[in-house]
Design a protein around this ligand. Sequence first.
Ligand code: ATP
Ligand code: MG
Length: 564
Amino acid sequence: MSSETEKPAMPSNFIKAIIEEDMRTDKWGGRVHTRFPPEPNGYLHIGHAKSICLNFGLAREYGGQCNLRFDDTNPTKEDVEYVDSIKADVHWLGFDWEDRCFYASDYFERLFECAVRLIKLGKAYVDSLSADEIREHRGTLTRPGTESPYRNRTAEENLDLFMRMRAGEFPDGAHVLRAKIDMTHPNIVMRDPTLYRIRHAHHHRTGDQWCIYPMYDFTHCLSDSFEGVTHSLCTLEFENNRELYDWVLDTLEMYHPRQYEFARLNMTHVVLSKRKLIKLVSEGAVDGWDDPRMPTISGFRRRGYTPEAIRDFCERIGVARSGNSVVDYGLLEHCLREDLNDCAPRVMGVLRPLKLTIVNYPDDKVDEFEFPFHPEKPEMGSRKLPFTKELWIERTDFMENAPKKWFRLAPGQEVRLRYAYYVRCVDVVRDASGEVVELKCEYDPATKGGWSNDGRKVKGTLHWLSARHAVPAEFRLFDHLFREGGPADVTDPDSLAASLNPDSMEVLKGFVEPGLADTEPGWHCQFERTGYFCADARLTQPGAPVFNRTTGLRDTFAKELQKG
Ligand code: ATP
Ligand code: MG
C-alpha cells in the first residue's frame, strides 16, 4: 500500500530518464559527464541558456561534471572576445566548469593522429575534386551519390598528400580529407563526409601553426571521447550526424560517449541565431551584443534580467525529445517578474516630469515621510523622503478632459500623494504653445500620511518627488526589436531595416529620489507604478544614473498560465 507513495519521483525529462536507467544498469560506472560546447563565433543567446542549464544542471543533479568546451575549429569566424564573453555568461548564469575549460584547438595534434589512423585503416582518403564537384557527387535524398575518381588512392598516396596538406604545400580548396564510408548511403551525412579542409588562416589560439582544420563532425565526437563525456547532448538538427559520430568512434575503436538530441528553444519576437545576431551588431542596428533589446545573455543581463529568472524559465520550458514549438516571450517575463517582485526594492522615480506646486504649502517647509522598501518585507527596511512645495509628478497622471473613470489628477479632482497628503488640482499653467507645464494644487494638512479621518476617500494614489531634492536621471524604455510579425530575413540588409521596430527604445529625462544619485551599475529596483528597472552597466555615472526598464509591472502572461 505504502509502496505507491515511496516510488521515486518520475524523471522530469527524457534525458533524466536515460541517465537514471544508465545509473541502474551501471552503464558508466555511476558517472555523469556532460559538456557545453559553444563555438566562439558570437555571444551566447537565450537558446544557449537552455543548453547550459541542461548540461550543467544534469551534472549538478547527479553529482557529475560538466566541461566547458570551445568548439574552435573555424579560424576565420572566431575571436577571444567571444571566448571571454561566453565564460562570463556561463558564470553569471550560476554555473562553473571548475578546472575543465577545454578547447577543440588543444586537440589539433591528437585529431590529426586520429585522421592518420583512419587513412592507414583505409577509412579515409584525400579527394582532389573541387567543392562544387564534391557537392554534385553527393547526390540527393532520392538520388544516390557517385564516387570520386580519387576515392581509391592507396593509403601511402593518401598519407603523403595529407602530410603535404599539413605542411602547407597546397592552396585552400585544392584537397580535402574525406571519410571513406558509402556514397550510396541513405543518410547523406554518411556519403564520405569531409573531415579536414585546407584553410590558410590565422587561428586565435594556435596562430599560424596549422593550415588544415578539422570539421565539426570529426572534432566533436573525438573531443567528447578524449574528455570522457558520458552523455553528449545536442540539438535536433544533429540527429542525422549521430550516425557519423558513432562511425568515427567505432572505426577508431575509441571510448564512446552517447549522443542524444533535444529540441532547440524557439521564442516569439526574437531571433536566436548567432549568424543573424552578428548582422544586427555589424549593421549598427543595436548598441552592441549587450544592447538591452538583444536576446543575448549579456543583453538580458544589461536589461536587468536575473540569472534566477532565466534558470527558472529554462526549468519551466523543459526538455523535449522532438518538436519545434515556439515559447511565448511572456513566459520569460513572467519568470522575471516572479523573481523581481520578491527581491527588488521599491523606490520613487518620475519618468515624464510635470511640475506640481502646492499653493497653500509654506515656501520653506519640508515634511519627511517614511517609505518602506518593500510592502511585504519589513526586513528590507525603509527610508525617509522629503516633501516640499514644488513637486514632480508623472505627466501621464494628469488629464485635462478626463473620462469618468479617471481616478488620477484632473482639474478639480483630488488624489493622494503616496504616504504624504491629499491634494486637489485648482489651476493649470500653460506655455505659449498651450501645453500644460505646471499644475497648481491645494493640499489638506489634515490628511498627513496620506489618510483622511473624515471618511473622505480618493481613488488615485500618485508617486511624486520633491523637485528641490530630486536627482536627474535617464530612463530607457524598450519594446521588441522587431515589428509585429517577427523578423524577416535579417541577412538581407533591406529586409533587416524594414523589419526593425523603429520605436524599440525610448529615452526619457526624469528624476529619481535623492538616495539614488550614486546608484551602482547593475542595481535592480522597482520604480513604483512604472516598472522594474536596472541601472545601466555602461552608462550609469556617479551622480547621473541611467535606468533601463527591465519590464513593466503587469503580468499578462499569468492569465495564460491559469488557463493552462
Ligand atoms: P546558432 O545557431 O545561434 O549559431 P549554434 O548551435 O550554432 O547556435 P553553438 O555555439 O554551436 O551555437 O552552440 C552551443 C550549444 O548550444 C550547442 O550544443 C547547441 O546545440 C546549443 N544551442 C544553440 N542554440 C540553441 C537553442 N536555440 N536551444 C537550445 N540549445 C541551443
Ligand atoms: Mg554551431
